[in-house]
Design a protein around this ligand. Structure first.
Ligand SMILES: *Cc1c(COP(=O)(O)O)cnc(C)c1O
Length: 382
């Protein structure tokens, strides 16, 4: 069993009264370990994508871990975050004038998505110091550099190629300093596309420097790391070698949410009642999709529910594998509110269900106010 899960089980067994369910529990050590491991393998800077988990305590307590900075996608996140030493990037296609103003005022680096945002930045020029800008490039801008085109799902983020050219000319004309560019080819795509992305980015560096007439200093190659990136076949050594081809004045960065926090988070809910309908057992929990939307798998056509560990007192239940199963359901009166499955059983009221890998997007991608249900508490473990 993973060390952080063992620790959580021990705490839940011995100090049950300290936890109010449903709750998330995050392991600070796991986050630090995940960060250092991934950064080490990449050999580059590594930026934390805050939207994966914006729990304030977590961000504050891990602030020193995220030494290369944090990327913020909303003004809410910006206000949440205490000002620290490490860089903060803001990036959102919909960022409006007031968000951009607030970001400039709090010394963030702007990752510009489109020409309209660039026009707004120009209006602020001279009024306040503006950090050199990063241009977000749409994944389609990489296509022209591919030897064998790869197909990726289209998305709406960043500049298309002809707008890149307009943007560079605009920045040059108005003396808006450009620090570099940022590409992101979507979640889960790292292993498949990283080499192509880096190769294209090498050529884009030349393009930027030629158009601007000066050296840029940051290339953010995005991320898209799997939760289990370590067990995926990917040649990091060869990748680091390729990254070595970037000119030495360029700082190369990657960015991740999922790979840093997903495995560091647990979701704990208590089974309140147990009942059986036509041979199907249900465990009715004090938390469900209203606190952890992703567990309900509403976005999968073929649902495979997570199988939590079941803790009764201080004992982890081992179920005989049987055809019997128990579905764990939540509190929302929605028939999709099934969050887990136990192969075997029976469970009983008071049992705790502990779900692993709930650190990324589970809390942040949950629609809270339905039925005025209480939101999940969050706790941190060392
Ligand atoms: C969300 C986001 C990420 C993080 O994606 P993960 O799959 O959580 O690693 C990285 N870069 C950008 C631009 C993002 O919007």
């Amino acid at each position: 069993m993973k060390a952080s899960l063992e620790k959580l089980v021990a705490q839940l067994s011995q100090q049950r009264q300290h936890f109010s369910t449903p709750c998330y529990v995050y392991s600070l050590k796991d986050i630090a370990d995940n960060y250092q491991k991934l950064k080490g393998r990449l050999g580059t800077s590594l930026i934390y994508s805050l939207k994966a988990n914006s729990c304030l305590d977590l961000v504050v307590r891990s602030g020193h871990v995220f030494e290369d900075g944090v990327e913020i996608a909303s003004v809410g996140e910006l206000n949440l975050l205490p000002r620290g030493e490490s860089p903060r990037y803001i990036n959102n296609p919909s960022a409006d004038k007031s968000f951009l103003r607030a970001a400039i005022a709090s010394k963030c680096t702007l990752v510009i998505d489109n020409l309209s945002q660039l026009e707004i930045v120009k209006e602020f020029q001279g009024k306040r110091p503006i950090n050199p800008l990063i241009l977000r490039l749409n994944p389609s801008t990489l296509d022209q550099f591919e030897k064998a085109p790869v197909t990726t799902r289209r998305d709406h983020f960043g500049f298309g190629w002809s707008d890149v050219e307009t943007a560079l000319a605009f920045c040059k004309k108005h003396e808006l300093k450009v620090a570099g560019f940022h590409v992101f080819r979507g979640s889960y795509n790292f292993a498949k596309l990283a080499f192509n992305t880096a190769q294209a980015a090498l050529q884009i560096v030349e393009k930027f420097e030629r158009e601007l007439g000066y050296a840029i200093d940051l290339v953010n190659l995005g991320g898209g790391f799997d939760l289990n990136w370590e067990s995926i076949d990917f040649n990091f050594e060869q990748y680091r070698e390729l990254l070595g081809e970037f000119p030495s004045h360029i700082k190369v960065a990657h960015e991740s949410g999922r790979a840093l926090v997903a495995s560091a988070g647990y979701f704990v809910t208590q089974i309140r009642y147990v009942k059986s309908i036509e041979g199907q057992q249900y465990g009715i929990c004090d938390g469900g999709m209203a606190q952890n939307f992703l567990l309900a798998k509403t976005e999968s056509t073929f649902k495979r529910f997570s199988q939590p560990l079941i803790l009764r007192g201080d004992e982890i239940l081992e179920f005989e594998s049987s055809t019997e199963s128990c579905l764990l359901v939540g509190t929302s009166c929605n028939k999709e509110d099934v969050i887990g499955e136990i192969k075997g059983g029976p469970v009983q009221p008071g049992d705790l269900a502990v779900f692993s890998n709930c650190g990324a997007y589970n809390a942040s991608y949950t629609v809270a106010p339905f039925l005025s249900l209480p939101s999940a508490k969050s706790y941190l473990m060392e």
